[in-house]
Design a protein around this ligand. Structure first.
Ligand SMILES: Nc1ncnc2c1ncn2[C@@H]1O[C@H](COP(=O)(O)OP(=O)(O)O)[C@@H](O)[C@H]1O
Ligand SMILES: [Mg+2]
Length: 284
């Protein structure tokens, strides 16, 4: 079935039209990539290059200006129950408990039956929130909120999990813990079956630690500069991050990203508006 690919992106163009001037600004141009079933793929690239725009398009929230994008062999033409999104900020309902927030995802899909309720509790247990079901969001730390966010995204059993810098707002230690937690959850049998993940980050060591493959986007409008298979053993354990192999991948990929960010490498743009973007890339 569709050659084992979950997602096929072919010559994709994405962009924004200014309401005021009507001018079109490209965010992705000539973007080609393929994501295999069950793959965990991380996307890295300079700040503002079009990563979020791309992920939104995969989620069906961003109109496609050109080219095509097939999910499990069918063109993406809007949001669907087969995809879940995890953003940097959890945006939980403050008036619902932890369990209520996770159950809401099921309710929205009319799947809140006895099995769904059990799955919600099981997933909260799995993400380390067993016993915290009745707390409210204001009682949670940032890390705990992202755990709820992850449980909420997984409870509907999506085929494709889309994560946009989910740990970027966390402090460094919590981020490390959450990376390990995500790997533990991802590698758990009840989750992993039939799942594919697309994880956006600007943190290259994070990408290397998590992913089967890291795709480097060019500076905007984004296209794929290189795809790197991360040949590190699974299950991924924390100590792997400091291994010579992981550090070598990180160095190699960081260099690719920095070339894009600083404009030392030709992109597919004219170079005029690059100075601003490069400055943003280095600070962002
Ligand atoms: N809602 C929007 N309206 C207009 N332009 C946007 C909007 N969102 C993003 N952009 C522009 O699209 C480009 C890509 O942005 P984005 O996808 O957010 O980049 P990244 O996630 O890689 O940092 C940027 O030039 C940004 O200014
Ligand atoms: Mg972004």
């Amino acid at each position: 079935m569709n050659d084992g690919y979950k997602l096929v992106v072919d010559d994709l163009q994405l962009g924004y039209r200014s309401k005021r001037s009507g001018a079109y600004n490209a965010a992705c141009r000539g973007l080609n990539l393929e994501i295999r079933n069950n793959e965990f793929v991380a996307i890295v690239g300079p700040s503002g290059c079009g990563k979020t725009t791309f992920l939104s398009a995969v989620a069906g929230l961003q109109p496609i200006s050109g080219g095509r994008m097939d999910l499990s062999g069918r063109p993406i033409d809007g949001p669907g129950l087969d995809r879940s999104l995890v953003f940097q900020h959890a945006s939980l309902f403050p008036w619902r408990t932890v369990l209520g927030n996770v159950e809401f995802a099921l309710q929205a899909q009319r799947k809140l039956d006895a099995t769904g309720r059990r799955r919600a509790r099981d997933l909260l247990e799995l993400v380390g929130l067993g016993g915290k079901e009745d707390l409210y969001p204001k009682e949670l730390s940032g890390g705990m909120m992202q755990r709820v966010n992850l449980a909420r995204a997984l409870v509907t059993d999506p085929e494709l999990l889309l994560l946009d810098e989910p740990f970027a707002a966390l402090d460094a230690q919590t981020r490390e813990v959450m990376q390990e937690e995500l790997m533990r959850v991802w590698q758990a049998d009840e989750v992993n079956e039939g799942k594919t993940a697309l994880f956006i980050t600007h943190d290259v060591p994070e990408a290397v630690f998590l992913a089967d493959r890291v795709i480097v986007f060019s500076r905007g409008p984004a296209h794929v500069v290189e795809s790197i298979d991360v040949d590190l053993p699974r299950p991924r354990r924390p100590e792997l991050k400091r291994s010579r192999e992981a550090l070598a991948y990180t160095d190699y990929i960081l260099d690719l990203v920095m070339r894009q960010a600083t404009g030392r490498e030709p992109g597919n743009d004219t170079g005029k508006e690059r100075a601003d973007d490069s400055a943003a890339a280095v600070t962002g």
